[in-house]
Design a protein around this ligand. Sequence first.
Ligand SMILES: *[C@@H]1O[C@H](CO)[C@@H](O)[C@H](O)[C@H]1NC(C)=O
Ligand SMILES: *[C@@H]1O[C@H](CO)[C@@H](O)[C@H](O)[C@H]1NC(C)=O
Ligand SMILES: [Zn+2]
Length: 522
Amino acid sequence: MRFLGFVLLLAAAVYSAPNNGGDRYHHRAQSTLSRNSLPLPKNSGENTAAFWYHEAQESLKQRLQNFQNIKTAKNVIMFLGDGLSIPTLGAARTLLGQRQGRTGEESKLAVESFPGVGLSKTYCVDAQIADSACSATAYLTGVKANIGTIGVTSDVLRDNCAAATNPDYMVDSIAVWALADGRDAGLVTTTRVTHASPSGVYAHTADREWESDADVIEAGCEGGQWDIARQLVHGFPGNQLKVILGGGRQEFLPNTTIDEEGKHGHRLDGRNLIEDWHLDKTQKNQKSTYVWNREQLLTASEDGYLLGLFEDTHMRYHLEPESADEPSLAEMTEAAINRLSQNPDGYFLFVEGGRIDHGHHANYIHLALDETLEFNKAIALAANITGDDTLIVVTADHAHVMAYSGYSQRGNDILGLSDDVDDDEVPYLTLSYTNGPGYRDHTDNGIRVDVSEELDKKSIWFRATAEVPLESETHGGDDVAVFARGPQHHVFTGVYEQSQLPHLMAYAACIGPGRHACDDVD
Ligand SMILES: *[C@@H]1O[C@H](CO)[C@@H](O)[C@H](O)[C@H]1NC(C)=O
Ligand SMILES: *[C@@H]1O[C@H](CO)[C@@H](O)[C@H](O)[C@H]1NC(C)=O
Ligand SMILES: [Zn+2]
């Protein structure tokens, strides 16, 4: 009896824990609205077991059909969501559904139909948490490197200009492997084409910031390493890339030259690399087309080489009104695929959704998620217009520190407040950050600031709250997802080093060093 009494007492203690019921670890949302007064979720059928049984069985059928694909890949398209953490995928999926008037959580991103799924470990040789340079080196050359460096082994420390010119330390990207096999290669990004991620396709540098010669001079490395833009136009494999689309005109033009939109170039060596690029193709008897706005891209002829630079710096966020005269990521991806598909031997294409990362760094949740949905559109389009001879791999370079939290009701506005409030009864956001410029000072009596009014303005420039004040939010060290569809998708299953990715893609495509799928066929 005494024992039973003790157990009951203990149970009572647990159930009378603070925070209006539930157990002490999982309080219920403290919404001022009664949950029962909110409309029911709009997705009919979810109340039945049959709905979930059917959903599971359909999915199982698909997965059994797609268990393996032992073809070899003629084409490889790598989609890189810069900073596309797993919580970002979940939140973007919810936003996608909410924009369509649904609860949202149940909607699907294009990658959710991809049969191969894995996790990649993103740390770099000298860094616990990756930047986009060392990670680009890993997922494009197959070798882990030091933070800030691109296309070189970890014998090169960041900013060591002498070491970076040593050919022994340079590593080739999968674009080189594709070109060596007679295939074509290209890159598409929403950032400057000389930014860290796309540079991994073609550059070797001790510092990602050396995008024009002015940056190299400033670092005191003049006369050594070429700047990244010059490597893209005059180096190999940059000068062989069939398609180059993104932003960054400033790195190509002299500081005395004004571009099509009235902006000064950054170069001090007097080179006009856009003219150099034309000249190089003309000397090779190749057709070359340069475009700088959306209209020109959509009407460009589909033969020869294509260079598109749509901004002086990064392209605009898709939600900025000024993005109207710039192509979308999906439009650039389509133009690249159409052009590269003309090579009967196939191609390697790198496509970056580069501004997901920038949205996160500024704690701009709406922009980070919208850029993710633009990335999603480009993936859906590529999956739609390519056949089963094309391997599509989608991944991220590193995570971010955005959390998706609380106990909100199904269908709660993903960009808004949680149903819950904190211990001082101040509302909090469903999406918030560990650090960044969205930090707010607490009120005079030490409680958090209520951001409800700011949020009501519905600005795309609203910064979500952050715990630690920092000018720029940081990357996260968590693993990122890898999704694969097409030939050899099953080799992308598992948890592995990020640097394995080019080896796996090369295996599927039978290019580059190492083992090839086409040799493994009985
Ligand atoms: C270009 O750069 C040079 C060297 O730094 C400087 O003297 C000159 O004023 C710059 N010109 C313009 C138009 O910014
Ligand atoms: C995929 O192709 C179909 C048929 O051509 C088209 O109706 C659909 O809009 C396409 N979807 C995307 C995402 O491009
Ligand atoms: Zn970043």
